[in-house]
Write a protein that binds this ligand. Sequence first.
Ligand code: SAM
Length: 199
Amino acid sequence: MRHLKIAAQADRRGGAEHRRRLLDGLTGRVLEVGAGQGRNFRYDPDTVDEVVAVEPDDTLRAVAEQKAASAPVRVTVVAGEAAQLPGHDGEFDAVVASLVLCSVDDPAGDLAQMARVLRPGGELRFYEHVRSPHRWAALLEDAITPLWRRAAGGCHPNRDTEATIRAAGYTITDIDRFGFSPTALAPNTRHVLGTARKP
Ligand SMILES: C[S@@+](CC[C@H](N)C(=O)[O-])C[C@H]1O[C@@H](n2cnc3c(N)ncnc32)[C@H](O)[C@@H]1O
C-alpha cells in the first residue's frame, strides 16, 4: 500500500509528465515490462493498437487490471517476468521499460529478451532512475544499495542503465538526463528517459 502512495506522489510531482513523454508517439503493438499498477496505461496514445502488460506481482497486477479496464487503448495484463517475455520473436513494435530495470535481477539478459520480441527497427522506450554522475553521490548509492534492495522490492539505486542499454547493443536515438525527486523526502536522483532501437 505504501508503494502505491509513493508512486501516486511521484506522479503528482512530475512523474505523470515523464510517463506522457515516455509513451508519446508510440504506434502498433506494445509490450510493457513490469507494468506495476498500470500507471502508464492512461498515457498510451490512441495510435497504439494494443498493449500487453507483463507484471509478476499478484497485488500490483490486480490494480493494473482495474486500470486496464478504463485505459484509452486495449490493454491485456498478464503474469510474467522480464526474463521470459510472452510473444514470438519480432512480435512487438515497441517495448516499454518504466522504472523496472532498477529492480530486475539481470538487466542485460532482460534487455536481450526485450530485443527478441521487438521487430527489426522496433523501439525500446525507457524511463529509469540511474546511478548518479557525481562520484561521491554514486559511492553513497553503492553503500546504501544492499539495504535499499531489501527495503524497496529489489530496487538498485546505483545502476548505470544507460550504459547497460548500450552494452546490450541498442542504439539510443533520444535521451533526456535529469534530476528528479519522486517524493518530498526523497533526494534528487538522476533519471533517464528516452528511446533506443533494437540491436
Ligand atoms: C518501481 S515499480 C514500477 C512499476 C511501473 N513500471 C511504473 O512505471 O510505475 C517496479 C516494477 O518492476 C516489477 N518487476 C520486478 N522484477 C521484475 C521482473 N524480473 N520482471 C518483470 N517485472 C519485474 C515489479 O513487480 C514492479 O511492478
